[in-house]
Design a protein around this ligand. Structure first.
Ligand code: ATP
Ligand code: MG
Length: 251
């Protein structure tokens, strides 16, 4: 089972968009996938067309020790969602439990969803306890970056955040960097890409997700790109992203 955290403390870089569409791409390729919404904004459920926010979700798992299976929702063939739940924000205010507060998710997932090939965590744009839980529970981090110099600062911060956890993790986290919202023909985008390739040759994924109106239209209608515009360039890009992640895995 591969556990991948979609993570970047910079907002609006595409964590939720990629979780939604990569999750569906992997499911369509025949893999069992669970997506978990770790963002109290709870937008992952609506991205899949559940517009009435589920009141129970991973919040119950983290706050009350509920069984993750009791809050999961089957949303597409091969695809399961664990929504945020109404109380997820309360995690950030947990005072008791010391360092073990960051391991709640990791512990809850042990034993559960073993029949899943992928678990994707959609993280909030912050670096608090929810993100710490994702880092402890994940084996891989996929960091979306958009093609401007500002987002390189965000990336540097993100890598420092992950590094901060390393002494406690007892594992290494495989890091991936995915360019999203790119305009491949712009010179600035090329500069950013070249910089990333120079500094992170191993981590940078070859697949880029371009800026496209159809991607931005998807969440409003609660459909993935494969349902809304299956033949589009964007659908091909998300499919390529799934294929690349499947191919580049060393176990
Ligand atoms: N490749 C793209 N082309 C066009 N629009 C995009 C693309 N990727 C994301 N968007 C749009 O950009 C906005 C932000 O994306 P998204 O919500 O996925 O980012 P996020 O990192 O999850 O944000 P947050 O940090 O607030 O959770 C959304 O309106 C989304 O539809
Ligand atoms: Mg998001």
């Amino acid at each position: 089972m591969r556990r991948i955290a979609l993570i970047n403390q910079k907002g609006g870089v595409g964590k939720t968009t990629i979780t939604t569409n990569l999750g569906h791409a992997l499911a369509l390729a025949g893999h069992r996938v669970t997506v978990i919404d770790l963002d109290p904004q709870g937008q992952l459920a609506s991205s899949y067309g559940i517009f009435r926010a589920p009141t129970k979700g991973v919040d119950q798992v983290l706050l009350n020790g509920a069984d993750p299976c009791s809050v999961k929702l089957g949303i597409r063939d091969m695809l399961t969602l664990i929504p945020a739940g109404a109380r997820l924000q309360e995690i950030e205010y947990l005072h008791d439990g010391g360092a073990s507060r960051a391991r709640l998710l990791q512990q809850a997932l042990q034993g559960m969803i073993d029949d899943q090939a992928f678990v994707l965590f959609d993280c909030p744009p912050s670096s608090g306890l929810l993100v710490a839980n994702a880092i402890f529970a994940a084996d891989e981090a996929l960091i979306p970056v958009s093609g401007d110099h500002m987002s390189l600062n965000g990336l540097a911060k993100m890598l420092v955040t992950i590094k901060k956890f390393e002494p406690y993790l007892e594992k290494s986290i495989r890091q991936w960097i995915g360019l999203n919202r790119s305009f491949p023909r712009r010179r600035l985008a090329k500069e950013v890409e070249d910089k990333l390739r120079k500094h992170f040759p191993e981590q940078l994924l070859n697949t880029q997700i371009r800026e496209a109106a159809v991607i931005a239209e998807c969440p409003g209608i609660g459909r993935t790109i494969f349902e809304y515009k299956p033949g589009s360039q964007s659908a091909k890009e998300f499919q390529a992203l799934a294929s690349e992640l499947l191919e580049r895995y060393e176990g």
